[in-house]
Write a protein that binds this ligand. Structure first.
Ligand code: ZN
Length: 207
């Protein structure tokens, strides 16, 4: 199957693209232990966008894996996850990192993150700060203990040594979708050992 797009996204870099209905988007963790932040929109009407509560209500779990939909605020699936080799460590509640939250959580100044990547990528599509909503984090672990307690600083390493090189998620577009990716630049938490690495993003024909 010849990819329509096949790109390596450097450590800490953004990516975006329009995925036609039925096409697949595959995101591969090339070196392992790399978190990928993800937003999606109806490409023809970006006011309709990813909605975490509808996604959680449909999935019945905080961790998405193959078979789950990424639902919009109109409760329609934008994408369906059709493959996940990383064991279901696709987080729905931790949101993106960014300069402000890095200062709040880690006490570091001037340390931009996925929020700034989202702003850059969204700008290319006429979108901006108003359009950032709580996002999906592929290959990330946000454990929730009995009683609702979160881990210290929210994110924890993926158990078992983390995602491995070649682990991937694949999503089928259920509508003409704008996908916005941030290959997470985070260096302050254990998700990627403080060492962001490249990912591969492919757009594949449907069928
Ligand atoms: Zn991030």
């Amino acid at each position: 199957m010849t990819a329509l797009r096949d790109e390596t996204v450097g450590a800490g870099e953004p990516w975006s693209g329009v995925i036609e209905t039925g096409q697949h988007l595959r995101i591969t963790d090339l070196e392992g232990r790399q978190g990928v932040d993800f937003l999606c929109y109806n490409a023809d009407n970006p006011l309709e966008r990813y909605h975490a509560p509808n996604t959680l209500k449909a999935a019945g779990t905080l961790r998405l894996t193959a078979g789950h939909g990424l639902y919009s605020d109109e409760a329609r699936p934008i994408f369906t996850l059709v493959a996940d080799t990383a064991g279901g460590y696709n987080d729905t509640i931790g949101g993106c990192c960014g300069a402000h939250s890095n200062e709040m959580l880690y006490g570091v100044a001037d340390c931009p993150g996925c929020r700034e990547n989202f702003l850059e990528a969204l700008g290319g599509h006429g979108l901006g700060r108003r359009d950032i909503v709580p996002n999906v984090n592929f290959f990330c672990n946000v454990p929730v203990a009995d009683g609702g307690k979160l881990a210290e600083r929210t994110f924890a390493p993926v158990p078992g040594g983390g995602t491995r090189p070649g682990d991937h998620v694949e999503l089928r577009a259920e509508m003409r979708a704008l996908a916005v990716v941030s290959n997470c630049p985070q260096v302050n938490n254990p998700c990627n050992d403080g060492k962001p690495t490249p990912i591969r993003v492919e757009v594949l024909p449907g069928g």
